[in-house]
Design a protein around this ligand. Structure first.
Ligand SMILES: *Cc1c(COP(=O)(O)O)cnc(C)c1O
Length: 360
C-alpha cells in the first residue's frame, strides 16, 4: 500500500455536475471550462469524460493544443484569444475558436491571410476591467470583423462578471444592462455566465453558459458548498497515516513548536504537505476526515507531512485520511485559509497520484 497522497477523481460526480448545469440552464449550450489542468483535475481525462458538453474553454494556446494532441475533436475556445498574429495559422489548423477582447486582435484578424475563417467570441468589458473592448468600441469592432472573410459569420457576443459570487451585489445587474445596451441590434449567440452567474443569476444564462468550478462540484457562491446546489465533489484528496505518537501535556509539535498539547494525547502523522499542494497556512484545528470522523490538524504543515490530534481514537499506520472532497468540502478548507477553492484545487502538485474512478 502506497503511503502517499492520492487525488481520487469521481467521474460519475463530474458527469452528474454537468447534468446539474443542464438542469439549471436548460435553454443554453455548455462551454465547459478546462483551463489550469481542469482546475487541477487532469485536463485530458476530464475532457474525455465530458462528451456531453457542447464546447471546451481553455486559457491558453498550449492547453488547446494539448487537448487536440490528446484526440479531443470538440470545439475549443481560447478564452484569452491570441497574442500575436503568428498564432493565427496554428489556430486555424487546429480548428480553435478565439475570444477577441482588444482592438489589436481585431486588426490582426482583419489584416491576416488565412486558409479558413475563425469562429470569434467578441468580448465586451462591462465592468470587470480586465479583458474586453470598451462598450463604446464594441459595435465598430463587430462591424469590422463581420466584414472580414477571416471571421465566420455569427460572431458570438460575450462578457464576464466581476461579482456574480455575491448575490447582494448590484454590479452584476449593471453589467447585464450595459451589455444589452451596447450589443443591441447585433445578432449572434450571447454568453455571460460563469458558474456564479449560472447558479446565482438565471437571467444571465443566454445562449452559452461557461461553467468551470461548478463542474468540479464546488460552489462559487460566498458561504455555500456544492451540496447546496445538488453538486457532488469530483476530487477527494486523501493520504495515509505513517506514524502514531504520544505527547504529554506541555509538549509541542512541528516546526516553530507552533502547537502545544494542553493534556496528554496521541498524534497521527499524515503523509501530505505543502509540497503536494496542501496549504501551509491552515490554522490549528482545521479538520481532516479519518474513519469518517473529523480530527483537527495541530502544528504547522510541513512539506511532506502534517499532524492531527486523534485523542483516544484507535488509529494505525496506513489508515486513510481525507483532506477535502467527499464528506469535507474544499470550500470549508479554503475559507479557513482565507482563499478560494479554485486556488486549492489548482495548487495540487504533480507529486500527487491521480486515480480516476467510475464513469462506466
Ligand atoms: C475561468 C472562466 C470561466 C469559468 O469560471 P468559473 O467561475 O470557474 O465558473 C468562465 N469564463 C471565462 C472567460 C473564464 O476565464
Amino acid at each position: 500500500m502506497l503511503r502517499k497522497p492520492v487525488a481520487r477523481i469521481d467521474v460519475d460526480a463530474l458527469k452528474h455536475n454537468l447534468t446539474r448545469v443542464r438542469q439549471e440552464a436548460a435553454g443554453s449550450k455548455v462551454l465547459a471550462v478546462l483551463k489550469a489542468n481542469a482546475y487541477g483535475h487532469g485536463m485530458l481525462q476530464v475532457a474525455e469524460q465530458l462528451q456531453q458538453a457542447d464546447a471546451f474553454g481553455v486559457a491558453r494556446l498550449d492547453e488547446a493544443l494539448a487537448l487536440r494532441a490528446g484526440g479531443i475533436v470538440k470545439p475549443i475556445v481560447l478564452l484569452e484569444g491570441f497574442f500575436d498574429a503568428d498564432e493565427l495559422p496554428q489556430i486555424v489548423a487546429s480548428n480553435l475558436q478565439v475570444v477577441v477582447h482588444q482592438q489589436e486582435q481585431v486588426d490582426a484578424i482583419v489584416a491576416a491571410e488565412l486558409d479558413a475563417p475563425i469562429r470569434i467570441w467578441l468580448k465586451m468589458d462591462t465592468g470587470m476591467h480586465r479583458l474586453g473592448l470598451p462598450p463604446e468600441q464594441y459595435q465598430a469592432a463587430w462591424q469590422a470583423l463581420s466584414q472580414s472573410p477571416n471571421a465566420l459569420p455569427g460572431i458570438r457576443l460575450m462578457s464576464h462578471f466581476a461579482c456574480a459570487d455575491d448575490l447582494q451585489c448590484p454590479d452584476t445587474l449593471e453589467q447585464m444592462q450595459r451589455f444589452a445596451q451596447w450589443s443591441h441590434g447585433l445578432g449572434g449567440d450571447i454568453s455571460l455566465a460563469n458558474s456564479a452567474g449560472l447558479l446565482g443569476w438565471p437571467q444571465s444564462h443566454g445562449d452559452w453558459v461557461r461553467p468551470g468550478l461548478m463542474l468540479y462540484g464546488v460552489s462559487p457562491l460566498l458561504g455555500k458548498a456544492g451540496a447546496d446546489h445538488g453538486l457532488q465533489p469530483v476530487m477527494t484528496l486523501c493520504s495515509r497515516v505513517i506514524a502514531i505518537r504520544d505527547v504529554a501535556a506541555g509538549e509541542t509539535v512541528g516546526y516553530g513548536s507552533a502547537w502545544q498539547a494542553q493534556q496528554s494525547t496521541r498524534l497521527a502523522v499524515v503523509a501530505i504537505g505543502y509540497g503536494d499542494g496542501y496549504p501551509r497556512m491552515v490554522p490549528n484545528g482545521t479538520p481532516v476526515l479519518l474513519h469518517g470522523q473529523r480530527f483537527p490538524i495541530v502544528g504547522r504543515v510541513s512539506m511532506d507531512m502534517l499532524t492531527i490530534d486523534i485523542g483516544q481514537q484507535a488509529v494505525k499506520p496506513g489508515d486513510e485520511v481525507v483532506l477535502w472532497g467527499q464528506g469535507l468540502p474544499v470550500e470549508e478548507i479554503a475559507a479557513l485559509v482565507g482563499t478560494i477553492p479554485y486556488e486549492l484545487l489548482c495548487n495540487i502538485t504533480p507529486r500527487v497520484d491521480f486515480v480516476y474512478q467510475g464513469g462506466n
